[in-house]
Write a protein that binds this ligand. Sequence first.
Ligand SMILES: NC(=O)C1=CN([C@@H]2O[C@H](COP(=O)(O)OP(=O)(O)OC[C@H]3O[C@@H](n4cnc5c(N)ncnc54)[C@H](O)[C@@H]3O)[C@@H](O)[C@H]2O)C=CC1
Ligand SMILES: O=C(CO)COP(=O)(O)O
Length: 335
Amino acid sequence: MSSVTYEKVGVLGAGAWGTALAAAMVRANRETLLWAREEEVVETINTHHENTLFLKGVALDPKLKATGLLEDLSECDAILMVSPAQHLRSSVISLKPYLKTDCPLIICSKGIEVTTGKLMSDVMAEVAPKQPFAILSGPTFAAEVVRGQFSAITLACEDEKLGNDLMDAIGTVNFRPYLSTDVIGSQIGGAVKNVLAIATGIAAGLDMGENTRAAVITRGLAEMVRFAASYGAENDTLMGLSGLGDLLLTCSSTQSRNMSLGKALGEGQTFSDYMADKLSVAEGAHTVKILHKIAVDRKISMPITEAVYRIIVDGEPVSDVFDELVNRPFTREDE
Ligand SMILES: NC(=O)C1=CN([C@@H]2O[C@H](COP(=O)(O)OP(=O)(O)OC[C@H]3O[C@@H](n4cnc5c(N)ncnc54)[C@H](O)[C@@H]3O)[C@@H](O)[C@H]2O)C=CC1
Ligand SMILES: O=C(CO)COP(=O)(O)O
């Protein structure tokens, strides 16, 4: 069977990640068009080859073009969807009238829809049930991908032939996709790790040390695995790039917006003060609202997630919540 080439690629959403992915698509020799919500972003990319709002100071390839018109994406052979998770639904609905029926959407948002508890694949099934789609997720800070530094990433697609064609279209030596068919598992890692990165950041802000960070990552991984199992996800997926890989990255660096948010909370700032002047999204602060609820409904033990929920949603003092977290009764490691 001949493979499809996907020459023209669109990217919807020109935050840090959408911009970095668009740069990666240009490097993969795709004819790339980046759709931005903000006029300033369209303008500065097209005239100065820089995204001054979301990736300031990084020179973009002049071949990368931006637009503010969704209809300009109508000729695309594949489109990467890079809006924040809470806006994926409205983005797909707005784009739908301009989509070719066989144009695959590659979902790059990491999170769970707060109002419905749905994964991004469930949102797709509801709003564009006939559109082919894949999930792209893994340990990839935008600032490194945009500079062309080596990164590996999971591309998950139920249709293996489509997944292979998409890998060939978007992959390069320094942007290396690995194929998976576990669409569910590959979304859960990316959504849950953002909440755990907030927890790791809080521990760092409280000056709890490196042993604590390793403990939060490892016990957090146990929460992620239990949560994923309740969706029938494959354990190997959680041990791969989109699970453990992204958890390690995001919990290891203040390049992470989620970890930075946690660190600020640990150092005593309030959530609203910290977020007040931020344009960028800290997905974990949204996801935690619904993640905790689903965990309670499904009776899944997720104490670190619960701690983040109590701090961000209930506004409880960080030190009280973390004291309680570490003072729980001793238990088995496999529980
Ligand atoms: N930045 C990164 O390194 C990575 C980000 N991601 C994921 O990509 C997704 C997008 O994140 P970033 O590009 O980093 O965003 P960002 O934080 O850099 O920028 C915010 C984005 O939100 C958009 N936005 C704001 N209000 C909106 C609305 N009402 N409707 C639709 N869009 C709206 C802005 O246009 C902008 O694209 C998130 O789910 C994130 O978890 C995934 C991998 C890496
Ligand atoms: O998802 C990411 C890296 O893989 C980016 O993490 P933050 O959203 O916390 O910056």
